[in-house]
Design a protein around this ligand. Structure first.
Ligand code: C2E
Ligand code: CA
Ligand code: CA
Ligand code: CA
Length: 279
């Protein structure tokens, strides 16, 4: 559906009306789900491909409807962002992931890193730093074990605010990684100014390693870029041994992907980690 623009007025095609109603319906359902605690987190382990040991996990949001259906985050996150709900939901994600981190540490996983996704709307919210501060205080989560994932497109919106906020976050001891790196076309000089700690190679570029359409040249370039800027690198969406071997040959050691583990509930994560230790 397309909105046509004419003399300053936007009018919508019939399709667009349907789309908007569907979005509004979903927004109400999402708010209801959040309030009745039908949102939950799953954790996808991140491993060192050389040892296959877990180094941490990324917290990923899930929505299970009353009918027992799962709504994919790619569908509801944009709606949460668009409606502003992401600010409250995001705070809940942050606090829940911090609590989980503390719990994992109490079980002896003391080097475990927790990666948490942060949206533009959260990040640019005037109370974001306060929210972050409070989450750390209330949960006693160690900032050095927390990593916030931001996207390249956020770097484009308001660079000055971003640089300032990133600086404040780093002063708390929290690390920053750029998610889906390579898809957002941010300039390289920009990247250097942002002073982030880690680049996350987008799944599309990992996929290219052993597909008919590519040889992993972009993944290789991202690894080299990260190395020259002294950033850590992690590959996302690693599904095959060939991808692992190739990434290792590029000098990328960290990975997150189905070859190692799918996102899992906390109840599954604990036994998975225990099992991992004995390997
Ligand atoms: P993302 O941050 O790029 O997360 C990685 C996505 O790739 C996850 O999908 C994960 O399940 C999937 N994935 C990981 N390894 C593999 C693999 O080997 N193969 C394949 N095919 N997929 C793999 P998921 O969980 O559906 O999340 C989708 C997106 O939703 C995330 O992309 C992120 O942008 C957003 N999202 C999820 N949770 C949150 C959250 O708490 N806050 C915000 N702001 N966004 C979130
Ligand atoms: Ca992410
Ligand atoms: Ca990603
Ligand atoms: Ca991605």
């Amino acid at each position: 559906a397309k909105a046509h623009q004419r003399s300053g007025h936007a009018y919508f095609t019939r399709d667009m009306g349907v789309e908007i109603r569907e979005r509004v319906r979903m927004m109400h359902a999402l708010r209801g789900a959040f309030e009745s605690e039908r949102l939950f987190l799953v954790y996808q382990p991140q491993v060192d491909m050389r040892t296959k040991q877990a180094v941490g996990a990324e917290a990923l949001l899930r929505w299970k409807t009353e009918e027992g259906k799962f709504v994919p985050p790619d569908q509801f996150i944009p709606i949460a962002e668009y409606s502003g709900l992401i600010v409250d939901i995001g705070e809940w994600v942050l606090r829940s992931a911090c609590f989980e981190l503390v719990h994992l540490r109490s079980l002896g996983h003391t080097n475990f890193q927790m990666a948490i996704n942060v949206s533009q709307a959260q990040f640019s919210h005037p109370l974001f730093m306060q929210t972050l501060h409070r989450a750390l205080q209330d949960t006693q989560a160690p900032p050095g074990c927390i990593e916030l994932e931001i996207t390249e497109s956020m770097a484009m919106k308001d660079p000055e605010l971003l640089i300032k906020t990133l600086h404040q976050i780093k002063q708390l001891g929290i690390r920053i990684s750029i998610d889906d790196f390579g898809t957002g076309f941010s300039s390289l000089s920009h990247l250097q100014k942002l002073n982030v700690d880690k680049l996350k190679i987008d799944r599309a570029f990992v996929n290219e390693i052993d597909s008919a359409t590519g040889n992993g040249s972009i993944a290789k370039m991202v690894v080299q870029l990260g190395q020259s800027l002294e950033m850590a690198i992690i590959a996302e969406g690693v599904e095959t041994q060939t991808q692992t071997d190739t990434l290792l040959s590029f000098g990328c050691h960290l990975a997150q992907g189905y070859l190692y583990a799918k996102p899992m509930t906390r109840n599954d994560l604990y036994p998975w980690l225990e099992n991992q230790k004995n390997k």
